[in-house]
Design a protein around this ligand. Structure first.
Ligand SMILES: *Cc1c(COP(=O)(O)O)cnc(C)c1O
Ligand SMILES: [Zn+2]
Length: 561
């Protein structure tokens, strides 16, 4: 360890005039030209020789990339296991959408449950290195939570300014860590101004969000980790290798965007990996915003260089309600114009639906701000902007407990009432259970692919009380329908023995089975003649890979209701 130890070399470089100074104290603007966009630079030749061999021996957390982080001395690290989050394959979502390569960067698994933990760890470490003992931050929730936790560990006093729109669960968590919590009854953008004025008056260090070097630099580690994790997933039997470099970039990096810190940092991360020869191409960025506060999306659609602010955000997803994104927009708009990518807006409702889909399909529950990214993925796929065979990474950037009430509506649980009075409670209990049973409907799945069967079963099971019968071929299916008389049939067309068309003919020719409604679920591209054979005999034709959201599941349920 002692031999490996050296002070990390870090410089700040002005994006406007190129002036360079060692990064040894906080600096808000270039000393030569006053430019406000300063970029951290490192000894890349040294890193090229060191990585990736030396990384093999380091723990999988964000500090394994210490040479490209703006902390000089490791003894100042404020750390509790941030970064190093899993990259999960979204198996069931992928099956449903017909996309084999959707991966979820699971940032929920940070110490305070969001990807702000990377930012907080680095920012508080650098503050400590620069001798700062008291700091001010403005936040829509997650930054305040994370900075509060890390400032507790660092022994730095924190003043957290939050817009009063932040949900009280998040607010309480900030207070728990011992920060001074200042609720400001206005938007986030105005709250930032109040915080800045306070810091200036008291002479305290202000964390300036995206203009803070640590904040941007920390987000590079998301890019580094994905690049390092992807090869193993893509080289697996279902992947197939597609590169000459040790690491690789996805085709798409998707994130819900507020201030734009994440994608700006991730972009810089891939630029550095290109420079080091570790990846051979850049990803396309997809920045997803909530429709009620989408200044980047609107400004991009209008072809603007600078973002036109949204003065009055209208959304329940407060975490991403930055109305005035500033320099991040200018940066991201240029990147997306020059390299491809997308800005997209999704409604609150689409967001909540996407959260439900992800929880039910792949067991991943997330906070609304992260749901925005998945809703964006669904939209960009259905528009054909993202192709189904592309390698897609979605940043699942955060999580909140407890689940918010408006998400679930009032029908998320059923009550089994147990009478409290004697004698023999069991009678009453049985009665209640029977009442539940009375609602059960039955559905037959006739499908030869076991994976597809499993997925359909899983979708149905999460949506209500269904008795499900499965047949794995046409002949078996006909027999099963005659025997069980289901309320609905889900039918595949391509089966090796008796195909779906023949099954349909047999069922329609039989008085007992003629009236059972049928939904065809198929991957087959149908000819006009084949469509003709189905007309009038089925309730609905569903093309596999085209049901991008719950609307089509609703179709199944409507028939069996
Ligand atoms: C901060 C945050 C965002 C927005 O990230 P930016 O990169 O700053 O735009 C999205 N989702 C969650 C959960 C966040 O905490
Ligand atoms: Zn300058």
């Amino acid at each position: 360890m002692a031999n490996d130890y050296r002070l990390n070399q870090v410089w700040l470089e002005c994006a406007r005039c190129g002036h360079r100074v060692p990064f040894v104290r906080p600096l808000v603007a270039c000393e030569r030209c006053g430019g406000e966009w300063l970029d951290a630079r490192y000894d890349y030749d040294h890193v090229r020789g060191l990585w990736p061999a030396v990384l093999r021996g380091r723990p999988f957390d964000m500090w394994r990339y210490r040479e490209l982080l703006p902390l000089r001395d490791d003894t100042h690290r404020v750390t509790m296991g941030e970064g190093g989050t899993p990259l999960l394959r979204a198996t069931n979502l992928g099956l449903m959408l017909g996309c084999p390569h959707i991966y979820v960067k699971d940032e929920r698994q940070g110490p305070t449950g969001s990807f702000k933990d990377r930012q907080a760890s680095l920012a508080l470490s650098v503050m400590k290195e620069h001798g700062i003992t008291e700091a001010v931050v403005a936040s829509t929730g997650n930054v305040a939570i994370s900075y509060s936790a890390y400032s507790a560990l660092a022994g730095i006093k924190l003043w957290a300014f939050l817009t009063s729109l932040v949900p009280s669960e998040k607010m309480r968590e900030v207070a728990l860590y011992g920060s001074e919590v200042i609720k400001v009854t206005t938007t986030y953008d105005q709250t930032k101004k109040v915080a800045a004025r306070f810091a200036a008056r008291k002479g305290l260090f202000l964390d300036r969000g995206i203009r803070n070097i640590s904040a941007r630099e920390s987000m590079k580690t998301v890019a580094f980790e994905i690049a390092e994790q992807l090869p193993a997933l893509l080289d697996s039997p279902s992947g197939g290798s597609r590169r000459d470099t040790p690491w690789c970039a996805p085709d798409w990096y998707i994130q819900s965007v507020s201030g734009g810190l994440g994608p700006v940092g991730v972009w810089k991360g891939y630029e550095e990996l290109m420079m080091l020869g570790l990846v051979d191409r850049m990803p396309k960025l997809a920045c997803i915003q909530v429709a009620g506060c989408a200044p980047m999306v609107h400004s991009f659609n209008k072809g603007l260089e600078e973002a036109e602010p949204v003065l009055n955000p209208q959304t329940l997803v407060i975490t991403v309600a930055t109305g005035s994104p500033g320099p991040a927009y200018t940066f991201l708009a240029r990147v997306i114009r020059e390299h491809g990518g997308a800005f997209e807006a999704v409604t609150d409702e689409e967001t909540f639906r996407a959260m439900h889909v992800m929880a039910k399909l792949d067991g991943i529950s997330m906070e609304p701000a992260a749901g925005v990214a998945f809703a964006g993925l669904f939209k960009l796929l259905s528009k054909g902007v993202i192709k189904r065979d592309e390698v897609i990474v979605v940043n699942c950037s955060g999580h909140t407990f407890p689940v918010e009430k408006h998400l679930l509506g009032d029908k998320w649980a059923q009550t089994v009432e147990v009478p409290t009075q004697a004698p023999i409670a069991e009678d009453g209990l049985l009665g209640s259970l029977e009442r539940l049973d009375g609602r059960v409907r039955s559905i037959a799945i006739i499908e030869d692919d076991p994976k597809a069967t499993l997925l359909l079963r899983r979708i149905l099971q999460t949506r209500g009380e269904y008795r499900i019968f499965e047949a794995h071929g046409g002949a078996e299916g006909i027999e099963m329908v005659r025997r069980e008389r289901p309320d609905l049939i889900l039918l595949d067309l391509m089966m090796p023995d008796v195909d779906g068309f023949a099954v349909l003919e047999a069922l329609k020719a039989d008085d007992d089975t003629r009236d059972v409604p049928v939904i065809v679920v198929t991957a087959k591209e149908l000819s006009a003649a084949e469509r003709e054979r189905l007309t009038g005999r089925i309730e609905k034709l569903m093309q596999k890979g085209s049901f991008t959201d719950e609307e089509l599941l609703e179709e199944i349920l409507k028939q069996a209701a």
